[in-house]
Every structure is written in C-alpha cells, then in structure tokens.
Design a protein around this ligand. Sequence first.
Ligand code: PMV
Length: 320
Amino acid sequence: MPAITATAPAKIILFGEHAVVYGRPAIAVPLRQLRARAVVSADPLAPSGSIRIQAPAIGLDTELTELPGDDPLALCVRSVLGILGISRSPACRIRITSTIPIAAGLGSGAATSVVLVRAFSSFLGQPLSDEQVNDLVFDIEKIYHGTPSGIDNMVITFEQPVFYIKNQPIQKFRIARPFSLILADTGIPSKTATTVGAVRSGWQSEPAWYEARFDQIGEIVQQARRALEAGDLDTLGPLMNTNQAVLEELGVSSAALDKLIHVARQAGAAGAKLSGGGGGGNLIALAPDEITQQHISQNLLAAGAAGVLVTQINAADSAV
Ligand code: PMV
C-alpha cells in the first residue's frame, strides 16, 4: 500500500474577522507559502487496527487509543472511520508536519484537520469529497473552537479566495488585480477561542453596541469586495485601517499589534490591520510597490516582529 500525502495552505483573513461569527461577510484568501502536510503509511509490523499518530512539532508520538476523546487529531481520525463505517483500520502511521505557526491567526488548526481527513480517507480507499471534508472539519472546529464561523475550513479546503457568510455557500468573487501583502508576526501566540469568547461575553452584556460595530465591519467588507472586483487598490488600504479601528474598539487588538501596525503605516503602508483572531498573532499591511515593501519589512523586523513574509494575492486563481 503506497503512502498517501495530503497538503493544505494557511489562510489570511483580509477583512471581516469576528463580525463573521455574527453573520456578517468576510473575505479570506489562501496563503500557499505555508502548508500543513499529513502522510499516512501502512505499518505491516503493527497489529491490525493500530493507528499511530506522530506530530513531532508538538512532541506527539502515540497510539490513537491513548489520545483523549476531545483531542482534535483523534477526533479527525475517529470521524473519518465513523463516516466511512470502518471499525478496524489497516495498521498505519500518520505523520503530521506543518510550516504554519500555531495560534497565529493563520488557520493552522483547520489546515491540520483538512490534511488529516483527506490523507486518512484516501488511505482507507474512500477519499472524501471537498464538500465532505469541509463539513467534517467544520464540525471538528466547533468542538475545538466553540462558535467558529466556518471561514477557516472553507478557504483552506477549497484553496480559493472566498467572500463568506456563515451557513451560506461560497459566493463567486474575482480579484481583478494582483497585489502584495506583508504578513508580520507579533510572535505572541493567541488562541482564537480566547478573543472570540471575549467578544461573545461583551456582546451578551451589550448586544446593541456590538451589533453596531459588526454592521460597520460588514459594510467595510462589502466596500472591500467592490474594490477588489474593480481592481481599485487605492481604496483597499484605507478600508484596512477602518476595519482595524473597529477591531480595536472590539478589544481584540493588542499593544504588540497596535505598535507594529503603527510602524507599518509610518513606513509607507497604504493600510494595515490584524488578521484572524487577534490578541497577538499576525498583522497584514498593504504596500504600494516593492521598495516600500522592503522598507516596511525592515522596519517591522527592527521594531520586534518575529517574522515577516511578503505574499502575492493573485487575480488568476480567484474564480471560485
Ligand atoms: O484566528 P483564526 O485564524 O482561527 O481566525 C479566526 C477568525 C474569527 O473570525 C475571529 C473566528 C471565526 O471563526 O471566524
């Protein structure tokens, strides 16, 4: 039985994080430079039914049966067995590796689940369709994250830019002109569930105030979609700044994010904002040209960014 490999990208939320959990739209794109990978290979020496899960980055090397019921990797494997109606798998080893930083707002959890579900179902001879993978990973995200919007699993499974509204299919959406984004890591890990939970507590005690901010973000996302479809990159930067201002009001930015966002703007970014759950993790900045990109990247690193990456958002692959 040949080894089966599956890979999936990280993701960047361009606009609309947090409000998307409350039914407003958001725009996200795949980040192909960073990927999760799962390799499943037969283990002829192990007894039938043995499934060994190895994830060296988190020091994991154990039998499935040793993992607790709510472990996200175990959940993926058991869910695939359940969906396919298989009670005993051929003995195998599943090795998971990833270049996506954990807890950085880049969708590492969803990407790991997608590759695991894909590779393991293929190994069992019954590869799940993208729709099935997406639905299953969404269910797993719910157990893991509480109230996810579903945008991470969607953009990562289909590896396409998405204009996403919760519980609705992806809407067709075309990026008319390619552009470059700078992605900078604060180096401070932050769990999505923490900031999502904080927003939920605030919303429960002051629903009208929060709903008004979510509406503002929803309007920014609609304007951003029109700008992207029209190739109007001049409008995007200011929209990123306005989105960031509302995210700050919601309390999901942080001192480190605020500082680096300020540095990026001072160095010439047309716009900058946090991306993903916030509280730490990554920010994105829009630079008008290559020289400004280099200048912004250098200044971000000098100001303490743990890592900087420049990525192209392409027009060519944007039709969903
Ligand atoms: O931090 P990430 O990469 O999981 O992105 C979270 C995006 C949120 O809108 C904050 C939550 C969600 O489920 O959409």
